[in-house]
Ligand binder design. Structure first.
Ligand SMILES: [Zn+2]
Ligand SMILES: [Zn+2]
Length: 328
C-alpha cells in the first residue's frame, strides 16, 4: 500500500515536471537549475497532499467539536490563501531559488573544510542506520531551535512586529498556522534549513520532517476542542496548549515565573516550555488575539489588517515601529 502510494507520488512528480516545469525552465533559460526545479515539484506535491489531508480530517472535526463559532469567515478565507501560498507556491519557489543553491554551496564548503558542526552521525555513530530513530532525533533537535526562534519572535521588538500578524487572528482555524508575514517565513525557513544542514539532515528526510511538522502545527491551530490529557499536553503541543499561546494576556504579554514574558512557545513539543519554565496549562479553550486589538481605551484598538496586502504592509510598518520601541 505505502509502496504503491510512493510510486504514484513519483509518477505524478515526473509527469508534472516533464509536461509543465521542464519546458517552462528551458523557455525561460533556466536549464542549469533543472535539478532544483525537480525538488521544487516534490515540495509542491507534498503541499497538495497536506492540503487534501487537512481538509478531509480537520474540517469535519471543526464542524463537530468547535471551540467557538467562526464570526469572520473572510478572515478564515485569507488564512486559507496563506496556506496555499506557503505550502504550494512560495515555499517551493523559495527552496528552488534560494535554499537549495545555498545549501549545496554550504554543504560543499563544510565538506572541503572538513567541518561537521553538530553532525549527529559523528556524535552518535550508527544512528543514521536506524531511519525511525534518526527521524525522531532530528525532529526533537530541530524543534529545540524552533522553540528558541519562536521565543525570539516574542522578545525582540522588530521580530514581534512581523510575528504579531500571526497572533492577530481572532478566529483561529486549521489554516491559521500559515498566517505569517512573508519576510518572517523567509527568515525562519532559512534559519531552520541552515540548522538542518549543520546537524546533517539529508534533503529527502528534510521534506518529510517539514511535512510532519506542518501537519501537527495545522492541528494545533484548528478550531477544535482537543487536548492530550495532563501528561500528553506536557509532552506534545495540543490545540488547547497552543490556544493558550494565542490567548490575550497569556501567550505574549504575561510575565510568568522565570519567563521573559509570554508562554507556550513550543512548536511541536511542549516539554521545552516545561524545561525552560514558560509552560502554562489551562483547562479552558480561550479566545485569541492581541491585547491592543481590544477597543480599550475606546477607539484606540490597533489594526493588524484584514486583507492579505494590508496585513503584509502593516507587518512591515510594525516591524519598524516595534523595533524602535518594543510593545508588550
Ligand atoms: Zn507566537
Ligand atoms: Zn500559532
Amino acid at each position: 500500500m505505502i509502496d504503491s502510494l510512493i510510486n504514484l507520488f513519483s509518477n505524478v512528480q515526473a509527469w508534472i515536471f516533464q509536461v509543465a516545469v521542464q519546458p517552462l525552465m528551458f523557455h525561460l533559460g533556466f536549464s542549469e537549475y533543472i535539478e532544483d526545479a525537480f525538488d521544487g515539484v516534490e515540495w509542491f506535491l507534498i503541499g497538495v497532499c497536506e492540503l487534501i489531508v487537512l481538509f478531509i480530517i480537520l474540517r469535519p472535526l471543526e464542524s463537530a467539536i468547535p471551540v467557538h463559532p467562526i464570526s469572520d469567515k473572510r478572515a478564515r478565507w485569507i488564512d486559507f490563501l496563506y496556506t496555499v501560498i506557503q505550502r504550494l507556491g512560495a515555499f517551493s519557489v523559495l527552496i528552488f531559488f534560494l535554499i537549495d543553491p545555498v545549501v549545496a554551496q554550504l554543504t560543499e564548503w563544510f565538506h572541503l573544510e572538513g567541518i561537521h558542526p553538530f553532525n549527529l552521525e559523528n556524535l552518535w555513530p550508527g544512528i543514521t542506520d536506524r531511519p525511525l530513530v534518526t527521524f525522531l532525533v532530528y525532529l526533537v533537535v530541530l524543534d529545540f531551535f524552533d522553540y528558541w526562534y519562536h521565543r525570539a519572535q516574542h522578545s525582540f521588538g522588530w521580530m514581534w512586529g512581523l510575528h504579531s500578524l500571526h497572533h492577530s487572528q481572532q478566529n483561529m482555524n486549521l489554516w491559521s498556522d500559515d498566517r505569517n508575514h512573508l519576510l518572517d517565513d523567509l527568515i525562519r525557513d532559512i534559519f531552520m534549513a541552515l540548522i538542518a544542514i549543520a546537524i546533517g539532515v539529508e534533503p529527502s528526510q528534510y521534506v518529510l520532517l517539514v511535512a510532519a511538522s506542518r501537519m501537527l502545527q495545522s492541528l494545533q491551530h484548528a478550531n477544535v476542542r482537543i487536548h492530550f490529557g495532563k501528561l500528553g499536553d506536557a509532552i506534545v503541543v495540543s490545540p488547547r496548549f497552543h490556544r493558550w499561546h494565542h490567548a490575550i494576556g497569556i501567550g505574549h504579554e504575561s510575565k510568568g515565573k522565570g519567563s521573559l514574558g509570554g508562554h507556550n512557545f513550543g512548536v511541536l513539543f511542549s516539554f521545552w516550555d516545561v524545561l525552560f519554565r514558560t509552560a502554562f496549562f489551562g483547562k479552558t479553550f480561550e479566545r485569541t488575539g492581541i491585547r491592543d486589538q481590544l477597543p480599550i481605551p475606546l477607539g484606540k484598538e490597533r489594526n493588524y489588517g484584514s486583507g492579505f496586502w494590508e496585513q503584509q504592509w502593516l507587518g512591515l510598518k510594525h516591524m519598524v515601529e516595534f523595533g524602535r520601541k518594543p510593545r508588550r
